[in-house]
Design a protein around this ligand. Structure first.
Ligand SMILES: [Zn+2]
Ligand SMILES: [Zn+2]
Length: 312
């Protein structure tokens, strides 16, 4: 059965681990190499026994650990053609680049992985569904708005790992960020608000949905309690009262947990609905978060690499 652990999630770095037996795949590598190793070891996983890394997109908070982490480990890295082209310019380590087309499926060990395009200000961002015979895991990070394709691809998964980046009200009231940054966050190629994520989760929830893990929470414009409350309440009003909702942390790993179906008859069948897109200019304000102090500075080859980041 698939298992999901989250090493860290937030503007300071995103990295998760999906396991199926001895197949262990990192989703993104946006923490420093040192933190990736430390957190894998804290989860009881030997960093030298990873099978591959798959990338959602090229932003630094999803890729900055690759070069150093792969210096001693010649891992396959799966990314779309365009994402590959951008990331490999800044990676000198001997990784094995494996390209896939956005929308295509591929296999790593016994894992079946489906990709799908998502709207975000990156060259070719994608989400994933991981499947094995017994279970399915949806992964969605860094998405400006929810599309019909996203709902179609994620519908019926057992566990959904999705971003819930900001609370609309907190973003509007934030005084630390310039208007332009707030616009980047809230536009159609930025990130999802709690309300948008709640609509998404309710739309893809089916009788198998057992667990929702929220990630990429803004440190200033969201709180785990608020995000979990909004998503849980939305699921409750739609009749999905037994779904576990929890938040991944930026500093502490979320331990590995099996991706399993919800108990039979735990949730009612639900009519399909598409989440409403937010009104134009519906949100304002938010700027880059202050840099992390606890994590060691990643090795970044050049300034251009930094400029690919979109940090909140
Ligand atoms: Zn991004
Ligand atoms: Zn990100």
């Amino acid at each position: 059965m698939l298992e999901l652990a989250v090493l860290g999630s937030g503007s300071s770095g995103n990295c998760a681990l999906v396991s199926l037996g001895k197949t262990r795949v990192l989703i993104d590598a946006g923490l420093s190499a040192k933190q990736i190793c430390l957190r894998l070891e804290a989860l009881g996983v030997d960093p030298d026994e990873l099978t591959a890394i798959v990338l959602t997109h090229e932003h630094g908070d999803h890729t900055r650990g690759i070069d150093v982490f792969c210096r001693k480990r010649s891992l396959p890295i799966y990314a779309t053609l365009h994402t590959c082209a951008v990331v490999r310019e800044n990676v000198s380590s001997p990784v094995i680049w494996t390209q896939f087309d956005s929308g295509a499926g591929f296999e790593i060990g016994d894992m079946k992985i489906e990709s799908f395009s998502v709207p975000h200000d990156a060259v070719d961002p994608v989400g994933f569904v991981f499947r094995c015979e017994e279970s399915s895991l949806g992964v969605l990070s860094d998405v400006g708005h929810v599309t019909r394709m996203i709902v179609d691809r994620l519908k019926g998964v057992d566990t959904l790992f999705t971003e819930a980046n900001y609370d609309e009200k907190m973003l509007q009231e934030d005084t630390k960020r310039p208007w332009s940054t707030k616009q980047r966050i809230s536009n159609r190629h930025g990130h999802l608000s709690n309300d948008q994520t709640a609509e998404l989760v309710a739309s893809v929830a089916g009788e198998n949905l057992k667990r929702v893990v929220l990630g990429h929470l803004s440190s200033d414009c969201n709180t785990p309690e608020l995000a979990a409350k909004i998503i849980s309440e939305k699921l409750g009003t739609e009749g999905f009262t037994s779904v576990t909702v929890e938040c991944a942390d930026r500093k502490e790993p979320l331990p590995s947990e099996a991706v399993a179906h919800a108990p039979v008859n735990a949730a009612p069948a639900k009519e399909e609905s598409i989440p409403q897109e937010k009104a134009p200019n519906s949100a304002l304000v938010c700027e880059p978060s202050p840099p992390e102090t606890e994590a060691p500075a990643p090795s970044l080859p050049n300034q251009e690499w930094r400029q690919t980041e979109l940090i909140f």
